[in-house]
Design a protein around this ligand. Sequence first.
Ligand code: GLU
Length: 288
Amino acid sequence: MFTVQRYRGRIAPSPTGYLHLGHARTFWRAFERAREHDGVLVFRNEDLDSQRCRSEFVNAMFEDLRWYGIEWQEGPDVGGPFAPYAQSERRSFYLDAWNKLLREGWIYPCSCSRKELAQVVSAPHDDQDEPLYPGTCRDRRATAATPGGVNWRFRVPVGERIEFEDRRMGLQSFEAGRDFGDFVIWRRDDVPAYQLAVVVDDAAMQISEVVRGEDLLRSTARQILLQRALGVPTPDYYHCELMVDDKGVRLAKRHDALSLRTLREQGFSPEQVRATGYRNFAVNQTKL
Ligand code: GLU
């Protein structure tokens, strides 16, 4: 006898603006994959950054994604066995992980200012990614009872290749220290960084497959290192193609014209919006 683990997927938007067509497609893929596997879809509200997140966008995320046709079985609005599902309510989980990483020597405090870094670091690989850290504080001894006040960085194994088989894109391979450097896991303003929060939550919520945009491929390599350090399983990964606008620029929350909300207000039906398919085509509203 053996038990087959049930597929558990997730969608993890941040309430920093209205969701656009690109988000909707990625989340639709996540929804489809959970459905195809007869699994569960978890909605996680990634609202850690209180400077950028707004509560009106939280409600809009639920409303707009439901309108689009996505259904989830666990989430902030429906509850579930792994609650709470909003990251702002999960600080104790992240603190436990920070403590473990500190105790086991994986992380160090970094007091380099943004200005100092801007002078020495190489440019990030794309506009979402953090720049390659030059290692200035790498050998600092780490003693602290609480994080906050400095950035905490994960010491990556320089020269090691991190590989994973993406379910859509095949084998992916990144070199630590070259494709990404020591990355921030806890921010100086005392907010757990994205990389740490995601790894902790995906493990705690027993996510078996992560479906998200391919802009996060390099982050996946970082997250695999964190999973190893924390001793938690690595889920499967499926990175979706990103959507671009008619000038070839990746959609962002500033593309208000392509937000689900705007399209809905303009009278498009969810079926019409969904029918735009998965091609990475130049978005032109008149074609919808
Ligand atoms: N909250 C992240 C975002 O909105 C998604 C993170 C993820 O899927 O891992 O970009």
